[in-house]
Design a protein around this ligand. Sequence first.
Ligand code: SF4
Ligand code: SF4
Length: 283
Amino acid sequence: MVQNRLPEWLRRPMPAGGQFYDTSKTLSELKLETICTNACCPNRGECWKNGTATVLILGNICTRNCRFCSVAKGKPLPPDPTEPARVAQLAVKLNLKYLVITCVDRDDLPDGGAAHFRDVITETRKAVEGIRFEILTGDFRNTQEQALAILETALPFVFGHNIETVPSLYSKARPGGNYQLSLTLLKKAKDMLNCPTKSAMMLGLGEKDEEIEAVLSDLRAVNCDRVSIGQYLRPSKDSLEVVEYVHPDKFDFWAARAKQLGFTWVMSSPFTRSSYHAETETA
Ligand code: SF4
Ligand code: SF4
């Protein structure tokens, strides 16, 4: 059944004010994209007010067509060689200690965009001593090992790749993705990179409890360390409809279950997104 009315627990005012506008102004002056705006994230007010944002690199046009995502689909432009310096300036201006960087899927590039990703991190690290990076990548469909070998040299603090939903919903929600391929990437990342791995999934697309349980087990089977679980919210009228608004108590249940399964960092709530409070030590 499609859900149209937003339940009370998902209604909240959009915070704004000084730091929100500073973050917004800095991003626009530096002509940087964020997943916060491109994915219509409901936490933008809170995160930007706190001076954090998740940078979207390699353009804002994706070669995939996930039906839960509002990022534009099409033929992307070549990577912008000025982007690493602009992200570095952002980190300096916002005095960032922790930065989550994500990207659109770049199936058009031989390395999936990994070298550009590394260049952004290297340049930013030169500008801000001690800054830590959480990277959130696509599945690097045909080039996983090559991409990970490049990203290894960027020394990320956390490597993230989102499993997004249960396998039975992949053809509907993530037609360009492959559940096993995503698990394989997380496994290879754990083996090749010297850092924790992280994944995220959305609830409310019609998945069953036993399927959620199976995804959490599959993630632990590839030694995934961190997990975020949040409510799917339809970002645009062209995106999939919400099937269920999952009650906050159920998110608490999944948080407890994930901890039981051995995840060392867990965030699960209706507003949780993969980068939400990513900088916190534990959850
Ligand atoms: S949760 Fe992540 S994507 Fe959403 S506003 Fe915060 S930093 Fe941006
Ligand atoms: S890969 Fe899917 S979720 Fe990621 S930006 Fe592209 S369309 Fe959106």
